[in-house]
Design a protein around this ligand. Sequence first.
Ligand code: ZN
Length: 295
Amino acid sequence: MVPFVDAHCHVSGQGQIEDERETRRCVMSNFSGDWATLKGLDGVEKCFGIHPWYSHLYSVHQCDKRSHYESVLEWRVSEEFEQLLAQLPAPIALDEYIEQDFEESQIAVVGEIGLDKLFRLPENGFYVQNSGARLSRVKVKMAHQIEVFRRMCQLACKYRKPVSLHGVKCHGVLFEQCIQELLPTKEVKVCLHSYTGSFQTLTDSWLRKFPQSRIFLSLSQYINFKTDETGLELVKAIPRSCLLTETDFPIDTQPADQLRAQLQHICEKISQACDLDGLESCKTLIYDNYLRFIA
Ligand SMILES: [Zn+2]
């Protein structure tokens, strides 16, 4: 039987991972904490990344803790910065992290990586699933996000690994960076996960510059199919060979059957939009695409 594909999901480190044979899973790591949970796991594709929500925890230039956070964060009220600084851990040198933890043979994809213009730091310093921490008004400078992102793109190019990309409210900048860093290495494939940019950026930029064999869009129920109308419209703008499905949920806190139901929902919508011959044909299409993405 052809499996469902979850081309972009997560681990929280807070629960148990159910044995799931009906779904092929590509599990992201957002920072070193996720990678510690993920690296011992069998039966999934493992991904190595630094999500923009965690980029401030990594230093590109060597310096002490205070100077690091002063140079990568932006704030208006210095009290807020001082409170955060007290919560934040000592930064990890990015190159050392890569050198120690990146194992070429173990890693299928470089992800999750990307850029996020809306992101604000939670008051506890970094995002923790279900922590309930309130958001501060402190942000990570785009220049620092870009530096970390470029370093991760260079890693993907060096080892010819595909990437899974996060972009929020800065689709033009993200695209420009990918043109510079990823496009020249023709073996590197790109997956835009839960794409929220405009149709114009998609068709006039991404789909025009990247060959169809190198670009994928993985669609989620909770972002791309908030309404059927926008979801179906997006599917129709994407070449069939570029479609993937995802949940973007942690696989250790969500029951496997609920995650599968989301993937099935997206497949049914894709079938409808592309006029496919039912669920099984859609699963076959997505699975074939997925095998090319991770090849
Ligand atoms: Zn994600």
